[in-house]
Design a protein around this ligand. Sequence first.
Ligand code: GLC
Length: 573
Amino acid sequence: MNNPASVADTWWSNGIIYQIYPLTFADGNGDGVGDLQGIIDRLDYLNDGNPDSDTSLHVDALWLSPINASPMVDNGYDVSDYYTICPTFGTCEDFDRLLQAAHDRGVRIIMDLVVNHTSDEHSWFKESATGRDNPKADWYLWQEPAEGGEVPNNWQSYFGGTGWTYCKSRGQFYFHTFNENQPDLNWQNPEVRQAIYDVIRYWLDRGVDGFRLDASSAYSKDPDFRDNPLKYGASDPNRYDNYHHLYNKNLPENHRIIQQMRSILDEYQGDGQSPADGHRLLIGETFIDNRLFDSVTFHGVNDDELHLPLNFEFPLSPWYPGHLQRDIEKQERLTPGWGWPCYFLDNHDLPRHLSRWIKCSLCVDPLAIGKAAAALLLTVRGTPILYYGQELGMVDHEEIPPERIRDRAVVVNEGDAPPPRDGARTPMQWDNSPQAGFSFGKDVEPWLPVNPNYSSLNVEKALADPNSILNFYQQLIRIRQQSSALRRGSWRSLVNYPHEHLVYLRETSAETVLVAINFSYEKPFEVDYPLNRDDWRVLLSTDYESGKVIDLADTLKPFEVSILQKDQPYSMP
Ligand code: GLC
């Protein structure tokens, strides 16, 4: 089992990360599209540097979805120049100002590094595509057509259809895990590796505090380009999900690449560039058929790969305590002793958790689910990642007119492709002025339409409402910062087969925190706590006043969340 004491006491294992989708977070120049100036203008909301203020969320790091130059086919996840900032968002100097302003508040900046592929407009690809004999001829995955001019093998694109696109100038196909405008780099080629490692050093030298590696389990491919096996019982050979991605994802060599990246980051530890402790962070999108078993291997065998592999089983779990507890237990059992878990509920690729869970549960009370979900995310053992607007209880915009859809990477490949992700990417809801305060531009349309619920759900309103989801997040973050058991304590469930509720402890040698969450929307739940009953102080509860000392009640009220504390280690009665 995990030994939390062995995990280094780093800012990222103690902290909370907040993901910003820059296109829709805040528009600082009034052109209808989010930008770096907008983020700078809103930094006080994220963390104003004053631990006592109650208008701020007090997060510790910002992960920015991609801001490098891009033709925006996949809205930044198709980079055409790793060394510049996309003019849509501003300039390199704007980025430096953001970095400085964030660091002044003790907030770190994590960049999204998209290097499984580039844009087809990247100069590397343009050169590579000119013919078979140029200095970059082998920088991408080029293959001869199969007999009859067919595609070289059965590898599919995650966005739908074959993963191979024909290029006339070379008379060959190139492979793309995603859209045809996103050709995969050839990571077998040492020059490619070097070029990407140079990019990493460039941004570290500029002061960024880490990276979230996009599609980080798809870098290496089988050098012989063998066919992937079709899954047992699957009949349609044109569906990505019908294959075991044995030869184009999660190859052993992928771990070598991540080790190399990690060793570069390690060179920068404590170099004094970042605030306080200079530890640089490596997060990775380890989405391998949604299997935690595979994703935890990206911690490395000796703490030499990712600090935080992203765990997709948790967000993709149904709103059911048994499933969620099983995911937490799995994460607890599988994370190596030196490793540290990481949890999220939302990101820019998934429908927002409230939209997902309200649809599949009988409860239609977003306030209740929103608070229960927040409590869970912020009290399990691991680094929580929040996705912008989640703290308000933002839900998907489900009626974006087809002509306003921006997720072109997916839409162009209709059929088996996953649905467009725009619903979860709409503008941040700041207030109830036109465009939800996202943009001050009068005659411009925001990049995506604002969710019509913005007049009732926005930051300004939520800050003034003691009962809001935002207020609950703020309080959760505050108690987390004050309780070392909540940040670093071990995790232990007090129920083995949870049907309606979760009850668990977070424990250190000096403190115990008990978290009880009732998932039932209609009935109180009888709890048989195997616990000493007296002297629990309420840290935060939907039903009891904070600070009150209570005897544990026998029942949890419908949707009750109670987080209780004792200043001593817990021993069974
Ligand atoms: C990752 C990103 C997603 C993007 C894809 C291709 O999965 O999260 O948004 O479309 O990679 O870069």
